[in-house]
Design a protein. Sequence first.
Lengths: 281, 280, 408
Amino acid sequence: MPSNQSTLDEVVRANPDTKSRAGLPGSMPRSGLAWGLLLLFSLPFVLLLLLALGQYWRFPDVLPPTYALDALTRVLSADSALASGLLLSLLIATVVAIVSTAGGFVVARAIAGATRPDRWVTLSYLPYALPPVLLAVLIQPYFIRLHLSGSLVGVVLGLLLITIPFAALFFRSFWGEQARQYEQLSRTLGCTQVQAFRRVLLPLARPLLITCLFQTFLIAWFDFGLTNYLSVGKVQTLTVQVFIYVGEANSRLAAVASLLLLIPPVLLLWLNRKAIVRRVV
Amino acid sequence: MKQRSLLLWLYALLVVGLPLAGLFNAFLYSVGLVGPLSVGFTPRYWQQLPGETSLLTSLGFSLYVAVVSVGLAVILALVLVLRYQTTLRHWPFPTLLYVPLLFPSLVMAFYLFQLLGGSGWLARMAYQLHLIQSPAGFPELIQDGAGLGILLAQVGLAFPFFTLLFQSLYADARLDELRNLTRTLGASSWQFNRRVAAPILLRRAAPTLVLYGVAVLGAYDIPLLLGRNYPQMLSLYITTKLQRFDLTELPMGYLVGFLVTLVLMAVIYATTRWTQRHAL
Amino acid sequence: MFTMNLVRVILFLSLLCTACSTNEQRDPATVLNQSWDQIDERGRNQPVVLLMWLGDPYINDYMNKYVKPTVKERFGIDLQISGGQGAQIVQTLVAEREAGQPSQIDMVWINGETFYQLRQIDGLLGPVTDRMPNARYVDFSNPFIGVDFQQPVNGMEVPWGNVQLAFIYDSQRISQPPRSFAELPAYIKAHPGQFTIPNEFTGMTVLKSWMIALSGDPKLFQGKFREDVYEKWSGEVFRQINELKPYFWKRGETFPEQLSTLHQLFANGEVAFTFSNNDAEVDNKVNLGFFPKTARAYVPAPGTIQNTHYMGIIRTGQHPEAAMVVANFLMSPEAQLKKMDPNVWGDHTVLAINKLPADYQTKFNNLPTRRYAPKRDLIQGLAFQEPAPEYMVRLYKDFRTKVIENNK
């Protein structure tokens, strides 16, 4: 569901205000709320872990009667496909993140300078009108004609279709009056356009760029429908492999697979928060 | 300048060109001009459209799910942001609220299925506490008539996101300062929240909320696992027609997809224009 | 500057993708006119893209750990297995054909209704089996193999495995499962909330079997689709189901949309029955620690549908010879023996044991037995042929309108 992440642009600005600080000793309701949410969000990990490790676990047992690592080892050792899928996922998500962040950055600048920026903003929202399932089916014939069907390039392009407008909308707020003034100022002070970009605008946008990279990376990382359909099943990213397990096989393997899908973004979140906090300090 | 407009046109080709081309393709399918069994132009499928009563049910149900789940998530997020403003700024909330954003909807659906089903984890606990005697005794939380399971999943995914969104808008609009100001003018906290803060936040978040609603409307995985086969949500309705075994259903599937996309495009267009005109 | 760079990147990318797809379309007649030796020679050291259902870890293991390395070693063929089935295959082929492009797919794993659709769009290369050396071990006169959903196979698809619909139940919870379709209604009424039918392929096979059982005359369903037969007996099944609905899982207000969902409900202990199109599946699900060890499979009287699944070679594929080499290998006594082992997959062979060389006959007869599934010779007398594909298509539609959406 790309649009799930598609609108995080506003959230970014939350980070300076919400950066980690040492917790103040909270009063009761405060910690109650914290514990409640902590429980709510950690419960999935506990249940998925129990499902992955427990054998022959059925109603009414609250805990599995026996535990075994077999499902875990089966998924991990099925063959090297999972490892190559992981690499493929990393490759695709990284390329998509970089291209769409860079593309979105310059497109947003062009939009800000266009005669009718409103129109371009509205247009940018249009790809989200199609349910993702339908989008893949509808654009496939054109991908076939462009010789993109079944290829890595095709998958990347399909994903860019979603991530570039996302990034363009994301950077819309950056290219306001202030950024333009900075750009003009540096030009009057004798910078070339390239210098203005490299020395002034990029550093200014750095935290936004990082967050946008993170967001677009996640969109590409989680994509199943577009990737699977446009590649005629040939580009088997980690997510594609995992979705096949979750959708079709049994709950033990599905649980292992779900955990596998969750762990890399959790790591990324941890890293990303650090990156965001760094700019404020 | 020339470069710029070239870039914009390339951009338009990608984000508007491809979806519109796809839409055109769907239209051709719906009038029988392309497709595996196409025999040339026919208005037949369009004429059959009024007979598809389950489409209306499906549309209604999808709207209901989108509106209620976004609505509930918004209320939850507003309460959190307005009542627990200071708490939210401290550990562990900033990180904690990001966690649900990392859940693909399929994983969320699978998790709720295992948690809330008649033989799910909660039901097992209820049994051990002698609250129920069999899976059938457990209240229906998923695959229920009211779409509770779907709503729970969507609210669970949406409210942390909305909380983060409102939180950032709150800071952005300097509502804290405004709050102090209104307090000195004698307004109660409740009055400030209701009359000032909530409307500002909602208005600013409107396009995001609408987009999110559109995404919920077109969701696939969650209703597949947690919903009933009737009423179906739109994506399921369309895919049933597109991906099952009956090739003669294809044109109708494309026709419905075509119409749904047009309507959603119109909705998105209207909201973005509206917010641009009423920009704060 | 940035703009220009971006434009350059885009141009470069589009160049790249036209350059790297120098696809060639092969003329079907020329391909088929070759002798097996020529096919074998041309097929070597090529890639083959196989689209198949990837939902079972045992099947995936068999393909990835055995078939893939073996064809690589013997024929230098790089077998690429992708997920995809049914209508997706058909739509992709149609889109490729409309674009005048050769297909990205070389080979597909199919059964009757996809075969029917692929024949409708003329998507399959054939006849191919008369070229394949291992086809001599197959008894095409066996109606369960030579006829697919009442359509003569005529060499257009390569038999791979043979399975029969089975009911799976938990013997610890149920001492006496209903032994026949006739006993089913009374049983469901006596045990409310424990039975349901998945609204997908396997569930439709249950309905077809039920329909044939009710009619008492399997011959009615042989040959072409008959409207009167369908109306009469599907009506009868739907009448019974609608009557039984209050006693179904969730009072029949909803049905699992996928077989995996029903399997999970069964594994969790919420329902007492699940189904499998593969009579031996119960063994592998128990071995995985998913189904309880007390799960058993059986075939209710007077029988259930038995069918064969096949490999189809795509007519517009780019490596038809290599695909034929792989299909021939999949049909070999060696690969079939491995596949039939219940510890590997448990998929019944399509080879006629008595046609095999003596040493293979011994090997097939000495395979480890199934532990939880019924013996093959016990259920062979309880097998119906698949009726014509229209029965399935119609049941799908009518199950939705007459049962699911029918809330009196």
